[in-house]
Structures are given as C-alpha cells and as structure tokens.
Design a protein around this ligand. Structure first.
Ligand SMILES: Nc1ncnc2c1ncn2[C@@H]1O[C@H](COP(=O)(O)OP(=O)(O)OP(=O)(O)O)[C@@H](O)[C@H]1O
Length: 413
C-alpha cells in the first residue's frame, strides 16, 4: 500500500489508565501481563503496543470482546484518550503533538464520532438534532439546515425532519446519529459499537444502509464491534484485539484462512465460512488450459496424462473461457481425422466471479460435472477454476446436507 493511501497510522501505541503510568509502562515494555501490571501498579492497560495502518476509503473494523481495548484505541485517534506512548499520524501530522486549535479542527472536520447511545436532544426536532454540531460551531441557520437536510437524505430519513426523537424507532434514531456525524462531511467516521444496541433485524438493515452509503460516499470508516459476523460483513479489513493487544489485522478471508494465533483461531472457529470463503481463495490459478487453436490433440493428451486429468478448460487466444474438453473426446479426435476438437467443447453453464462465496458456488454446481471456471468480472477472462472436491471439502467442514449428493455428483478433472 503506497504511503499516500494510508489515512491513519498508529505506531506502537500504549494507553494506560491510572496514576502510576510510568512504572506501568516500564513493566508493559518488559512484557508483563495486564493482570500483573494491575496487581503491581494499580494501573489498567487499555492498549498494548498497537500498530495499524488505516487506508483511505476503507471500512476498518476493530473487533474484540468486552474489555479488549477497542474503545480505548478508537478514542486515541482523536485524542479523547491521551496515549501514554506511541504515535498517531494523520495527514502527515502527529495527532499527539497537535495544538488545541488543530485538535478542534481535527474533531470538527477530520473525524466525527457515532456512538452506540445516540445522545439525541429529546426536545429538538430531527433536523435540529442533526444540525446541532453546526449550531455549536456558529454556522448560520440557513447553511446548517441545508447541510443537515443533505445528511438526512443520505441516511434515508427524508420526511422525518420535524419529528421528535421519541417518535422514531431505535434504528431511525441511530440514523439521526449517523446524519449528525455526516453534516460536517468529515474525512473519517469513527463508529463505536454504533449498531450494538439495535435488535437483530434493524441491525442488519443498518449494516446494509451503511454499506450502501459507503458505496456512494467512500469515507474512511473505523468501526468498532464485538460481533464477528458484523465485522466480516462490514470490514474491508479487520483488526482483532485481546487484552489491549492487536492480535491480527487482515481481510476476513485472511483471518479465517490464516489465523495468526490460537486465540484468533478459536475466535473464528464458529464463523460460517461458507458465506465468507470465496472463489478467489479456492481456485486453482494458472491451471492448465487447452487453447485448441494452438494445441493439437497430441499435446493435449500429453498435458492431461502428465497431470492425471480427464478434462481441461478450453480458452480462446484472448483467454476467454469456452468450455471443457474431455480426454476421451481428445483421444477420439486423435484417431479420426474427420473430427475436430472444437466439436467436443462442452459448455459449462455456470461460471463464477472471484468474489463468489462457497455458499453461492454450492448452489451452482448441482448437476454440473466439471469444475467451476472463475472469470474476471470486468474483462470476462478466464482466471482459474474451483474444483468440486475443494467445494465438497469446504462443505464437509460444515456438515452441509448437500455434501453426500455433491460427492456422488463430483467427477473431478
Ligand atoms: N476510564 C478508564 N479508567 C480505567 N480503566 C479503563 C477506562 N476505560 C477503559 N478502561 C479499561 O481498559 C480496558 C479496555 O477497555 P475498553 O473499554 O477500551 O474495552 P472495549 O473492548 O471497548 O470493551 P467494551 O466492548 O466493553 O466497550 C478494560 O480493562 C477497561 O476496564
């Protein structure tokens, strides 16, 4: 990732709560545990040596159980918590060294926060609540109402401008909180357990809304949650925290396929991998292909026998996928000059894109006998293939009902 795309850099950040921070920090640097430090110094370690890069335009999720240090860390980003040591770099400047007026500007237009508890003013209308931050900053009424109206539109609350918060459901109140954070058009949104208080259906709806909003606004969003499913759904990348330590940072797939520690492994064990693991991860890249304009029957037979395959994907000169050709048919062509390889290309009904999940692919393979070709979504070019065996293995892990049928149907090449 080029430096210019890094929005916030967190370097070796420590945050200690309590009076005896110096001694606690020394112990922390020597590798003492959080419990030990609390016993010896009376101080609580909130964040322990965290380093992160948050990229421009991504939803970066910080996830961990209660007390793992998520809030402590996010509140360091805009100095609501003052780090005990380490650095936070934003737009090339060290946040910890900012002067008061720079810090005010940072909180005004740099980073806006959305909290779990919406904190709406009960006697003010929705539009007044949304415009409240601007009002405090002395923005003229007309301008702030225009901006508030725009934010209200963005979060899907048009028509509710003159209602009172008590007249709105929990989900709608959280939209007001989100609209309020958006009024300044901040560079970064900090969302601290923003959807945790909502009931599951409303929560899912809000997650979808956030993703839709993000596809329009392309904000940099730091989102905190203790819910792994939420982290996977929303996060372009996820940092997993435990006892103040960032245990692993990566995409959902990286975390699920290569957990960096036994803790992360145990944590992700229960995740529904079939909704997360994609064709990109499972596919055989650079698999052997048949280009029947170039490859004659002889070379294809050689390729297949050498690899023990009984069929090959066929591509044209531009690497567009055409179908599969079976070994038995290539053998027929090799023995009969009147036959042509192109007569035996069997078209595969289903081709998939790299982002297709195991669940989506499982739905497609029923009744097909070949692997699933993976093609590039934009160019349509062949990228590789996902064999039915790898899908069956993924499915077996989750005791899917279809596995038996799949195994019966799978005819590997
Ligand atoms: N103001 C504070 N004073 C003392 N200790 C604190 C303070 N705030 C947090 N802590 C401690 O720091 C550690 C990390 O807490 P933090 O609230 O950051 O965790 P969290 O992952 O956000 O948890 P939750 O999901 O419950 O909010 C905990 O041990 C907590 O008790």
């Amino acid at each position: 990732m080029p430096e210019s795309n890094i929005k916030i850099q967190v370097k070796d950040l420590n945050l200690i709560f309590g009076k005896n921070k110096k001694d606690a920090l020394k112990l922390l640097e020597k590798g003492h545990s959080k419990t030990d430090i609390l016993k010896k110094t009376g101080c609580t370690v909130g964040v322990n040596n965290a380093s992160l890069d948050i990229h421009e335009g991504e939803i970066f999720v910080i996830m961990g159980l209660s007390g793992s240090g998520k809030s402590s860390l996010i509140r360091c980003l805009n100095l609501l918590n003052i780090p005990t040591s380490g650095e936070i770099i934003y737009r090339g400047s060290s946040v910890t060294k900012m002067k008061n007026h720079e810090l005010r500007e940072l909180r005004r237009t740099g980073m806006s926060m959305v909290f779990q508890k919406f904190g709406l003013l009960p006697h003010r209308t929705i539009i007044e609540n949304v415009a409240f931050g601007l009002e405090l900053q002395g923005t003229p009424k007309q301008e702030r109402e225009l901006k508030a109206q725009n934010a209200i539109e963005n979060v899907g609350l048009l028509g509710f401008e003159n209602q009172l918060p008590s007249e709105l459901s929990g989900g709608m109140q959280q939209r007001v909180g989100l609209a309020r954070a958006l009024t300044n058009d901040p560079d970064i949104l900090l969302m601290d357990e923003a959807f945790s208080a909502l009931d599951p259906l409303i929560k899912a709806e809000m997650q979808n809304e956030l993703l839709e909003l993000q596809s329009k606004l392309h904000k940099t969003i730091v989102f905190i949650t203790h819910d792994l499913d939420e982290a996977i759904k929303l996060g372009d990348r996820i940092a997993i925290m435990k006892d103040g330590v960032v245990e692993q940072t990566g995409t959902a797939e990286e975390i699920l396929t290569e957990p960096a520690s036994p803790y992360v492994e145990a944590f992700v064990e229960k995740v529904d991998r079939k909704c997360v693991i994609t064709a990109e991860v499972l596919m055989f890249k650079n698999s052997d292909v048949a280009n029947i304009k170039k490859d004659g029957p002889k070379s294809l037979i050689h390729k297949m026998r050498q690899k023990g395959l009984n069929a090959l994907p066929v591509v044209d000169e531009k690497n567009f996928f055409k179908g599969f050709i079976r070994l038995r048919n290539v053998l027929r062509v090799s023995k009969d000059d009147s036959l042509s390889l192109s007569d035996f290309i069997e078209e595969e009904v289903a081709s998939v894109y790299p982002h297709f999940t195991v669940e989506q692919m499982l739905a497609l393979i029923a009744g097909t006998h070949f692997p699933l070709p993976v093609v590039d979504e934009n160019s349509g070019r062949f990228l590789g293939m996902v064999t039915q065996t790898s899908l069956v293995i993924e499915a077996t892990r989750y005791n899917l009902k279809e596995v038996k049928t799949l195994q019966e149907e799978a005819q590997e090449i």
